[in-house]
Design a protein around this ligand. Structure first.
Ligand code: PFF
Length: 448
């Protein structure tokens, strides 16, 4: 592969924005509230924040360093250090595939809700029970969720086919900041709802009696998921970064923004959950049954809900793009087929998996894996097993195999930037993160 021919992303701001575009998505706005709701709220938030700081950041830096130094897709990047290390890259591809399998389905739901918001039908129902019924009816519909899932795969395919630079950069640049502003406005509104204080307490007051080793595993999984790490997407993205991009600032920016969006989503959702008498443990439906009620309270509710769902669709799209890109870059560079063809192969394969996952949540509940629907199995497997495992292997690789000079050169831009956290990073990657991840794994397998 000719290095000079690879696309590069824009300046420093763009590197933060595209990586944040990948990181910020349904993981923050849909998954974080539902998982936090199931695992005790405040204590979970604390574990999640510690996870992104102590494990997420080092792993992200390792992925950035590996991607930019090798200028390859994730399999190619690990492969530079010997064929056996490619296995970590392959694990990442499997993870991307599994994530896309259910992520496209939820993205399809957001598209379905956008259409309802635009058509004004989201404003017809009024009680929490009615919104729950609306959601259940929608996901059980014989063809609608399938159609929206397919549309979302199509949209992702189009952006990927337009090329790395044009497609991804432009979308992220304009709409991510807007999402932020709308979330802040909604958070202010939620805080004024009756019984809002209960929701705030639920989110911010840690109740450690609910914390087990498993909670830590789920918090770590959510951290990996929301930062898009542990599976090679950030390696692929970093391979397009410019030489002068400051990797540490980029990682800190992405991590900070992602955490902020998750917290904001929590402030939007939990006060409303308590206010309308829903259960925080409602699971994957939580956001979809809570949000329409919030909008209904607002003046011009149709407009608010339409704007919000447009932004959510875009946030989901910038994330599906990065997952798709990791797979497409691999097929393109390692199978030596054209980019267009690679994109087609990836879109067809993920569409098939996502269609099965979509059917498994409603019309065809026989589609099960490990005793739960294919949708739930893909969600659980990828976030709580594959990503932490990928993260563990990435830490071990970065700490013990990746040569120290390359890592330091990448983090200091060949000595042109001051870089004081060298020792800390090395300790975290070599010892702390692998040990923690291993302990958490053993504990959740019941071996401790
Ligand atoms: N980080 C994305 C989110 O929080 O929605 C999901 C994701 C995107 C995970 C890309 C992994 C990935 F490679």
């Amino acid at each position: 592969m000719n290095r000079t021919k690879r696309a590069t992303l824009g300046g420093r701001l763009s590197a933060v924005l595209v990586a944040a575009g990948s990181a910020i998505g349904l993981g923050n706005i849909w998954r974080f509230p539902y998982v936090a709701g199931e695992h005790g709220g405040g204590a979970f938030l604390l574990l999640y924040l510690l996870s992104i700081l102590l494990v997420g950041m080092p792993v992200m830096l390792a992925e950035f360093a590996l991607g930019r130094s090798t200028q390859r897709n994730s399999v190619g990047a690990f492969g530079r250090y010997g064929a056996k290390w490619k296995a970590i890259g392959y694990l990442g591809l499997l993870t991307s595939f599994a994530i896309l399998g259910f992520y496209f389905v939820v993205s399809g739901w957001t598209l379905g809700y956008l259409v309802r918001a635009l058509g004004g039908t989201l404003q017809h129902d009024h009680t929490a029970a009615e919104y729950t019924a609306l959601f259940t009816e929608f996901i059980r519909h014989p063809w609608q969720p399938l159609l929206y899932t397919a549309l979302f795969v199509g949209m992702t395919h189009v952006v990927i086919s337009l090329g790395v630079q044009r497609g991804i950069e432009r979308t992220s640049k304009i709409l991510m900041p807007l999402l932020f502003i709308v979330l802040i406005a909604l958070a202010i509104h939620s805080l004024q709802m009756p019984r809002a204080a209960e929701g705030v307490r639920f989110l911010f007051e840690p109740d450690f009696s609910k914390v087990t080793g498993r909670t830590l595993l789920i918090a770590l999984g959510q951290a990996f998921f929301s930062l898009s790490i542990g599976m090679g997407s950030m390696i692929t993205y970093a391979s397009y970064f410019r030489p002068e991009t400051n990797l540490r600032h980029t990682a800190a920016g992405v991590t900070g923004l992602s955490a902020l969006v998750a917290i904001l989503a929590g402030i939007v959702i939990f006060p409303a959950v308590f206010s309308v008498g829903l259960e925080p443990e409602a699971g994957p439906s939580l956001v979809f049954v809570t949000l329409p009620g919030i909008f209904n309270d607002l003046p011009w509710s149709g407009l608010w809900s339409s704007i919000f769902f447009v932004l959510l669709v875009v946030a989901a799209l910038t994330s599906t793009i990065s997952l798709h890109e990791a797979l497409t870059a691999y097929v393109h560079e390692e199978w030596h087929t054209s980019r267009r063809n690679s994109a087609r192969i990836v879109s067809a394969a993920t569409l098939l998996l996502a269609a099965l996952a979509s059917l498994s949540t409603g019309p065809n509940d026989a589609l099960q894996l490990f005793g739960v629907s294919l949708f739930d199995a893909l969600d659980f497997l990828s976030a709580n097993i594959l990503l932490p495992l990928g993260g563990l292997l990435t830490c071990l690789f970065a700490g013990w195999v990746l040569d120290r000079t390359t890592f330091d050169e990448q983090l200091s831009n060949h000595g042109t930037l001051r870089y004081r956290i060298r020792r800390l990073m090395r300790f975290l990657l070599r010892w702390f993160c692998p040990a923690l991840l291993l302990l958490v794994f053993l504990d959740s397998l019941g071996l401790l």
